[in-house]
Design a binder for this molecule. Structure first.
Ligand code: SDX
Length: 367
């Protein structure tokens, strides 16, 4: 009896857990973080304020805000052994693999289970340092130590370049990081929760989440957007290039979403933001043209699938505008999403049950 091709639902439409952390409303195109519109949080608040909201359920008082900034600053350094391992890693290893490997080396304070907020803060604080140190090392530049008096995002940009970052860049990247900090039960968050559900430790959960985030169908898409725009080159080539890709059955990076069946609100918010960033005009003009034609052609080739830009499309524009190199796009997404991942690990531990879905056996029947 021939074996039929195994169908994989990707758990579409399946509810894995209740959560109080965020609402991703795919029909209305709404993203709510602990009761606040994500877009408003991005326009009005700092990374650390929204991280406090995601972790603890409320925006911080001034005192709590200063406490958290101090805690994050105190946890930015990497242990000597981690830096030694970092220096041994082969040149050709990509940054997401470096992050996955190095987070796995953390030996955290406190018990393995249940995970603690201090552990979540410690991991979140160290991710920017790993990215910046590795980035400097492979360029043969001296490491730039973190500066305690700089905010989370400011310090990240400072450690990458060794100079005080432009305020406009800090502001744009801070808004981006808030918009991407948390997004419900996406593949990498689900991974973190599955690992946590076995009463494993938070380091294992975040290492696994980084592995899931790395994939181009998930967090690996922004660099694909840049490559697509570079290949298209100019407005006259847009239709032919996209038509060709869709005829070859290729996926357009930065388009489509499992949940959003209308515009991704983060993409709309980022698109509004980049308009104000200088020196983006010709590249942005092309991006706007690609979005317009891609949405039309996706409807022609995939009628009724309601495929629009997702967060990655304009994330690429923001990261390019703040002069982050392409190989730092997914790592920067990881930097912000670590807050959401760790919040879900903490929430899972409050009322845990091991994840163990079913599968349908289509193999041979035993004699
Ligand atoms: C993120 O889940 C989250 O919340 C993720 C995220 C987060 O914040 O955590 O929002 C971040 O991961 C955004 C997505 C980034 N990925 C990309 O931009 C890669 C391109 N996108 C696609 O691969 C796809 O749209 C997914 C992965 C995002 C969603 O996949 P689904 O829900 O499994 O959709 P599908 O593959 O079932 O597609 C439905 C149809 C298919 O055609 P048919 O089989 O019905 O003929 O639409 C087509 C697909 O071929 N399609 C696309 C497409 N996306 C879907 N066709 C061309 N280009 C695309 N981008």
């Amino acid at each position: 009896k021939d074996i039929k091709k195994p169908s994989v639902t990707g758990l579409e439409g399946v509810v894995a857990a209740d959560t109080a952390i965020s609402l991703v409303d795919g029909d209305k195109g709404h993203l709510v973080l602990r009761g606040y519109w994500a877009k408003e949080l991005a326009l009005k608040h700092a990374f650390e304020e929204v991280a406090h909201l995601i972790w603890r359920g409320s925006l911080p008082s001034d005192d709590q805000f200063n406490q958290l900034k101090k805690k994050l600053a105190n946890e930015r350094d990497l242990p000597e052994y981690t830096i030694n391992i970092l220096k041994q890693l082969p040149e050709q290893m990509d940054m997401m693999s470096v992050l996955r490997a190095l987070v796995g080396t953390f030996v955290l304070e406190g018990a393995r289970w249940p995970p603690t907020l201090d552990q979540a803060v410690a991991i979140t604080a160290k991710i920017p340092t790993i990215i910046a140190y590795r980035h400097r090392l492979i360029q043969g530049k001296a490491l730039v130590a973190p500066k305690a008096n700089l905010s989370h995002i400011e310090n990240y940009l400072y450690m990458l370049s060794g100079e005080a970052p432009q305020p406009a860049h800090v502001q744009a990247l801070e808004a981006y990081s808030i918009l991407t900090m948390e997004h419900g039960m996406n593949a990498s968050t689900f991974t973190a929760r599955v690992i946590s559900s076995t009463e494993s430790d938070i380091v294992s959960a975040i290492s696994g989440a980084i592995g899931a985030m790395k994939g181009p169908l998930h967090g690996g898409a922004p660099s694909g957007v840049i490559e697509m725009l570079e290949e298209i080159g100019n407005k006259e080539q847009v239709e032919a290039w996209i038509r060709g890709a869709l005829e070859r059955g290729e996926r357009l990076m930065g388009f489509g979403h499992r949940v959003y069946k209308t515009h991704d609100p983060r993409s709309l918010a980022l698109k509004e933001m980049i308009g104000s960033l200088e020196g983006q005009d010709e590249w942005l003009d092309l991006a706007y043209e690609v979005e317009k034609q891609a949405v039309e052609l996706l409807e022609e080739f995939k009628p009724g699938r309601r495929l629009y830009t997702n967060v990655e499309f304009y994330a690429a524009a923001i990261m390019r505008a703040v002069q982050l190199p392409e190989q730092l796009f997914s790592p920067t997404f990881t930097l912000s999403r670590t807050v959401g991942w760790t919040a879900h690990v903490l929430e899972q531990a409050e009322n845990n049950r091991i994840f163990r879905p079913q599968s349908t056996y289509i193999g041979r029947t035993p004699n």
